[in-house]
Write a protein that binds this ligand. Structure first.
Ligand SMILES: C[S@@+](CC[C@H](N)C(=O)[O-])C[C@H]1O[C@@H](n2cnc3c(N)ncnc32)[C@H](O)[C@@H]1O
Length: 499
């Protein structure tokens, strides 16, 4: 960003990132709730006893974890209420719009378009209806109705919000995906041009491209001026040639989850996962892509992990410390502990193809001599007894099957020396599991890929205490949270903990 360019608006950037990523998780939860008939089993507040999770699971006919993955974001959004210790109810505003048959029919119609939306690049290139599931769909017509026509009327303000998140957000996400894929955003960042010039450059039919640009205009990203189509002032401040590749990086990942998110209802009912990370080949592909993406933000993550290493050093010295980094990815957490003391030694554990991404970082940081790369499955390797002073679990718990966690923590606790610390980093849910929203969306993605769960501090304590790690506290860090646990034989640092 040049010095003369005003700073981007945080709210605009946040909105842009939301549409690139989490809007799809949120819409998938809303759509699955409707197609599973979940709302039909929830009483309006004050009219009957709240429905317990167990009762909902029985009525929906699915897996408990799946029903929870759908319900929890809806509680965080306020469309469902959780009455402490009793269960779930519909607030009056939700109950009111769900009683409106025309509104519900509109939702069901919007739901039919989920998979078709992914064909938007094809529609913009060809300017014709697209074929999906043997049927022709006027996808550009659907975009016109959603973004270029006057809005329909809604039963109440909450209904308008629900519909926006349910039907328009997925279409906004795919508008961004298509704009990135066709090179429209890259072209707009360079400056304004007339529609026909732009259409020629991105190889699209002008009338179809006009629909995409109109959608971007409705999103506050593009606008038509005298010189043709360009970025709005707000978008121009948020996106330039440097920041655009970072922004666009989230989009292929969103698309990779699209089919699985569209089948969330099926995953809940049948435990069938369209993107199953327990299948070795799928895991290999996704984790390898993930490692290279994480590598690209190594420097900013290293600032975070070094902050956590500094917190640990306040609690115990790291001289001669043996550190184990489980599920190391790019190695960014282990490296922070390697850098924290010149005599520490770090073991980096991950699958062999991921460890390839670690080597260049260790070389650059001159940590190779004090490092060991350990290729293995963290659920089956032998950690030994009293071998490590610090064990790191950075963003790995949500990748592991919940049923494996008690045995996993028991083996790790056995491997910790006296005075040892276990450090878990990543998202931490509130004690009620009703937020933060981005953690619940992250958890939903783990569910649709048949991975693990995101936990709250009480849930971690319930797993750690039985294996002797009786003391556990949460600490707020930038971007992620950290849980530190020990046997009660280490004094806590003064740093403010979050619980
Ligand atoms: C979300 S990444 C986190 C990477 C890194 N710790 C960080 O915080 O940036 C999860 C990592 O756990 C690894 N992983 C997942 N399951 C594993 C298993 N069973 N054994 C070893 N590593 C595993 C993946 O290969 C991936 O690199």
């Amino acid at each position: 960003m040049s010095e003369s360019t005003p700073a981007p608006s945080p709210a605009f950037v946040q909105q842009l990132n939301f549409h690139a990523r989490d809007a799809s998780n949120e819409a998938a939860a809303l759509q699955a709730a409707v197609s599973l008939g979940l709302f039909e089993h929830l009483p309006e507040a004050g009219t009957a006893e709240p429905a317990s999770l167990a009762a909902l699971v029985k009525q929906v006919g699915g897996a408990s974890r799946g029903v929870r993955a759908v319900v929890e974001p809806l509680v965080a959004l306020g469309f469902i209420h959780l009455e402490d210790g009793r269960g779930y109810v519909l607030p009056p505003a939700t109950a009111a719009f769900l009683r409106d048959a025309a509104f519900v029919a509109g939702l069901r119609e919007a739901r039919r378009w989920w998979h078709v939306l992914a064909l938007l690049p094809q529609a913009v290139r060809g300017g014709a209806p697209v074929t999906w599931d043997g049927v022709e769909w006027d996808l550009l017509g659907a975009y016109r109705a959603l973004f270029l026509a006057p809005p329909p009327s809604f039963p109440n303000a909450e209904a308008r919000d629900f519909h926006d998140r349910f039907a328009r957000n997925p279409a906004r996400t795919l508008a961004l995906v298509a704009s990135a894929e066709l090179g429209v955003l890259a072209r707009l960042v360079q400056g304004a041009s007339p529609l026909d010039v732009l259409a020629r450059e991105v190889d699209a039919v002008p009338e179809a491209l006009a629909v995409l640009l109109g959608t971007l205009a409705a999103m506050g990203i593009a606008q038509e001026r005298e010189g043709g189509w360009g970025l709005t002032e707000a978008a121009g401040r948020a996106l330039d040639a440097q920041s655009l590749p970072y922004f666009q990086r989230a989009l292929p990942a969103t698309l990779a989850y699209w089919e699985a998110l569209g089948h969330l209802d099926e995953a809940v009912r049948e435990q069938r996962f369209r993107l199953d990370l327990r299948e070795p080949e799928t895991a290999r592909r996704i984790y390898q892509e993930n490692a290279s993406r994480i590598s690209s933000i190594f420097a900013s993550h290293l600032r975070l992990s070094r902050q956590a290493a500094a917190l640990v050093r306040k609690m115990r010295p790291l001289a001669e410390a043996r550190v184990l980094d489980v599920g190391t990815g790019s190695g960014v957490w282990g490296a922070a502990f390697g850098l924290a003391d010149p005599s520490s030694h770090v073991t980096y554990l991950d699958s062999p193809h991921v460890l390839d991404a670690v080597r260049p970082h260790l070389a650059k940081l001159k940590l190779e001599a004090r490092s060991r790369l350990w290729a293995g499955d963290c659920l089956s390797v032998d950690y030994g007894e009293s071998c490590f002073d610090v064990i790191l679990l950075p963003q790995i718990i949500p990748a592991l099957p919940p049923a494996e966690l008690p045995g996993f923590f028991a083996r790790l606790a056995r491997a910790l020396k006296p005075g040892g610390l276990l450090l878990i980093s990543g998202y931490l849910l509130t004690d009620r599991r009703d937020g933060p929203l981005d953690a619940l969306y992250f958890s939903l993605r783990r569910y649709v890929t048949n991975e693990g769960d995101v936990l709250s501090l009480p849930e971690f304590r319930a797993l750690l205490a039985p294996v002797g790690l009786t003391e556990a506290r949460g600490f707020d860090m930038p971007i992620q949270q950290v849980v530190i646990a020990h046997r009660g034989d280490v004094a806590w640092a003064d740093a403010a903990s979050s619980g």
